[in-house]
Design a protein around this ligand. Structure first.
Ligand code: AMP
Length: 501
């Protein structure tokens, strides 16, 4: 090996010169073999040279080679950046989630976004889309199978068991808000990372708990300006459900020929999921299917009737939806989903859903513990909020609900502006500005883009005079005011056109 190296190193020229002579000899001996060998060597050399050059440009990040010159990595499919332009909606939802949870006595819980994969396999169940098709699973460095949480109920129950919360006064009431992950086919209202706000009440089996959870979700949406109709059903105890499933499978087998391919597969894998199918061709079969409510034993039936009575009492609009089963293994008794009022037929996407899960704790190795909860999808809620405010098309113009832009010209003015903007902020007025911009023209263009009503302009002259120009962006009329009048002027403008921070 070292000899070879020295040989090839000697000079390139030499090798090229000798080439024809060598070719002849090699042809005589073992032409094919030698030829290939030489070719490979040259190829290898070229490759190595290329590699070394490329490696120089690269830096390693763990095992991943990072080519600094490669194009910018793109956003992963189904993922979404939450941008400042939408912050007002997210702030509203976070604020509302916290305040409504406090009012109803729910404490905040934050569980990790990663859990042992078996937690979800055992609770949500094999045969469900979430586990079979959508869960992000990977092997950790110690070979543990990890999942990015596809939902939070199982994690909350795991936490309840891990922390011995059964010794606390029951029910334990918690709320959460955070990202979930499902490798779903991205489409409108369906992402691979999305956020849920949810409440869980663990350790109590009383219809009033189910009704309370429904009213919390209903009021949360209402406070955000969204009227909803609740779809409710009961799937009874695990025993009731087993009996029903036998009946359902028999029925579905007899109608197999009328079902879509997915539903044909579901008959054996997860027959309840057939009831949830949105394919046109399956609808007549679903409509005629035996109804689970007829298979409930007396206790779950009474329980469900009480839930409905509470909803009547609270004047929550609901419809009994006999095909609503929610498809996950851990549900028992009450199940429910929220749909935007009058949009139920058009929308296949519920804003949220939930139900009772009396079997969940045992499924993951805990003792028998009843529970009930809901989860609302925040991306879908933002999109309804936007639609309601008719903001979607005018987003560019209405990006800010801010009536003032603060422009400056010259170094002294920039410093003065910085101080004034800070004073305004302390008083609760956030004005738009960009102190890094030096030309007045570009600042006025920005002000126009933001659609503000007024532009405050501070230049060298104004600094000397202790004044400020107030430009009406619609008419172009400018007024000069004393700087001591600025706060009052801002207050008047905000009263008329904007909102404080
Ligand atoms: P689920 O428990 O699956 O019914 O989810 C509850 C709510 O979370 C749904 O009603 C949606 O609002 C939301 N959600 C579920 N999956 C997704 C997804 N892939 N993308 C966006 N939101 C989702």
């Amino acid at each position: 090996m070292p000899r070879k190296k020295t040989k090839s190193k000697t000079t390139k020229k030499k090798t090229t010169k000798r080439k024809p002579a060598r070719k002849k000899t090699t042809k005589k001996k073992t032409p094919a073999k030698k030829k290939t060998k030489r070719k490979t060597t040259t190829k290898k050399k070229k490759k190595t040279a290329k590699k070394t050059a490329a490696t120089k440009k690269m830096k390693t990040a763990g095992d991943i080679r990072v080519n600094k010159k490669a194009k910018t990595p793109s956003l992963l499919r189904g993922m979404k950046d939450l941008l400042p332009k939408d912050e007002e909606y997210w702030l509203k939802m976070r604020h509302e989630a916290e305040s409504i949870s406090n009012v109803y006595g729910y404490g905040k819980i934050e569980t990790p976004i990663m859990e042992e994969a078996s937690l979800f396999v055992r609770s949500i169940g094999r045969g469900t889309d979430v586990v079979d098709k959508e869960m992000y699973i990977f092997e950790d460095r110690d070979k543990t199978k990890i999942a990015l949480r596809p939902e939070a109920t199982a994690s909350v129950m795991r936490s309840y068991i891990s922390h011995g919360m059964q010794t606390l006064p029951q029910p334990v009431k918690v709320w959460y808000l955070g990202p979930m992950f499902r490798h779903d086919r991205p489409q409108a209202g369906r992402f691979r990372q999305f956020h849920q706000f949810g409440c869980e009440s663990i350790g109590g089996h009383d219809p009033v708990i189910d009704a309370e959870l429904i009213i919390i979700a209903y009021n949360f949406l209402k406070d955000l300006g969204i009227n909803t109709t609740v779809h409710v059903n009961s799937i009874g105890t695990l025993d009731d459900r087993q009996n029903y499933i036998i009946e359902l499978v028999g029925y579905l087998r007899s109608k197999r020929g009328y079902l879509c391919d997915d539903c044909k597969r579901r008959i054996n894998k997860n027959p309840l999921r057939v009831l949830d199918c949105k394919q046109e061709q399956c609808q007549p079969v679903i409509e005629e299917a035996p109804q689970i409510i007829d298979w409930l034993s007396d206790k779950p039936k009474d329980f469900f009737m009480k839930v409905l009575e509470y909803l009547d009492e609270l004047e929550v609009p609901y419809v009994l939806q006999s095909t609503l089963v929610r498809g996950l293994d851990y549900y028992t008794d009450t199940v429910f989903e929220f749909y935007e009022e009058d949009e139920e037929q058009k929308s296949q996407n519920a804003l949220g859903g939930g139900g009772r899960y009396n079997g969940l704790s045992e499924q993951i190795g805990g003792q028998e513990t009843p529970g009930c909860g809901f989860a609302l999808g925040l991306e879908r809620i933002v999109s309804v909020m936007k639609k309601k405010e008719n903001k979607e098309e005018n987003e560019e113009k209405k990006e800010v609900s801010n009536p003032i832009y603060f422009a400056q010209l010259g170094e002294l003015a920039r410093r003065g502006a910085l101080k004034m903007i800070e004073e305004l902020r302390k008083q609760g007025y956030a004005v738009k500005h960009n102190l890094a911009k030096h030309s007045l023209k570009s600042q006025l263009e920005l002000a126009n883009k933001f659609g503000v009503k007024y532009c405050f302009i501070l230049g060298q002259k104004e600094i000397q005079d202790g004044t400020l120009i107030v430009r009406d962006m619609d008419s172009g009329i400018q007024e000069i005011i004393d700087q001591s009048q600025m706060m009052k002027k801002v207050a008047d403008i905000f009263d008329k056109h904007g909102k404080n921070i």
